[in-house]
Design a protein around this ligand. Structure first.
Ligand code: SF4
Length: 260
């Protein structure tokens, strides 16, 4: 991100930002969601994190982080509320080595006390992708067994999750709200209204370590086989699943719509 903020185009967050009501929600859940959305009104990112990590959600919320290009911002903010919040990190087995080292560095720098690395089981790898090449044939199936299934399993004990999703990132995310309800739990998006310039300013102000691949031309970083460098003028996430009609891994798609 550093030095690259102005080189890439981003999704216009003014498009399609009206909330999409989900008629499938249980009335009690809908009422609870409405209450939380009212509480979130006017709060900044830190305030939304306090809502997600204290009071009724104390000990019941996990952060989902990719330890990618912008992850340090959310994790730094989270650590100011509770550094021992569980942080769920998907180690798909296909990540850049730089991402694994960056995870370790941020964990130490920010004093994160409960980073949990999630991977598909050996049995699942042997059954679904014994040669480790499924990504080349079926990215949705690969993301499902390497990301969606392990994350759903790890999230099971939690009532809520916190994501680093932002409206500007994709068309799908342009409609997100600060609090949502997705697949059985509340989902808080403290950075929902942030743009690249705000993220950059926060990184600078707090002297946060950078993911080493950002300076190398990767403004959005996922698995190695499915991430390429982005050229000047391309969309900020053009390097993710390049050439495929896919811009989400399935983890965060839902009622209203991150970053892994
Ligand atoms: S991003 Fe690519 S390698 Fe990673 S889980 Fe999805 S398809 Fe597989």
């Amino acid at each position: 991100m550093s030095g690259n903020t102005n080189k890439f185009t981003v999704i216009d967050s003014s498009r399609g930002i009206a909330p999409r009501p989900d008629t499938r929600l249980d009335p009690a859940v809908r009422a609870h969601l409405t209450q939380l959305q009212h509480k979130a009104e006017g709060r900044d990112a830190h305030g939304i994190l306090e809502l997600a990590l204290t009071g009724e959600f104390t000990g019941k919320t996990a952060v989902v982080s990719s330890f990618g290009a912008e992850s340090a911002v959310l994790l730094h903010l989270m650590a100011t509320v509770d550094p021992n919040t569980p942080v769920l990190f998907l180690n798909t087995g296909k990540l850049f080595g730089e991402t694994l080292r960056y995870r370790d560095r941020l964990q130490d720098t920010l004093g994160l006390g409960d980073v949990r690395s999630l991977s598909p089981s050996l049995a699942a790898r042997q059954a679904v992708d014994p040669e480790g090449t499924l990504w080349s044939r079926d990215t949705d199936a690969c993301c499902n067994f390497r990301k969606v299934v392990p994350l759903n399993h790890a999230l099971a004990p939690f009532a809520a999750q916190i994501t680093g999703r932002k409206r500007f990132q994709t068309r799908e995310r342009a409609g997100m709200q600060p609090v949502e309800f997705h697949e059985g739990r509340f989902r808080f998006n403290p950075l929902w209204q942030w743009d690249l310039a705000q993220l950059e300013a926060y990184m600078e102000a707090h002297k946060l370590p950078r993911h080493p691949l950002v300076e190398d031309g990767y403004p959005s970083i996922g698995c190695m086989p499915c991430t390429r460098r982005v050229q000047a003028g391309e969309d900020y996430r053009a390097g993710r699943w390049s050439g495929l009609d896919k811009d989400e891994c399935g983890i965060h798609v839902g009622v209203d719509g991150e970053g892994i």
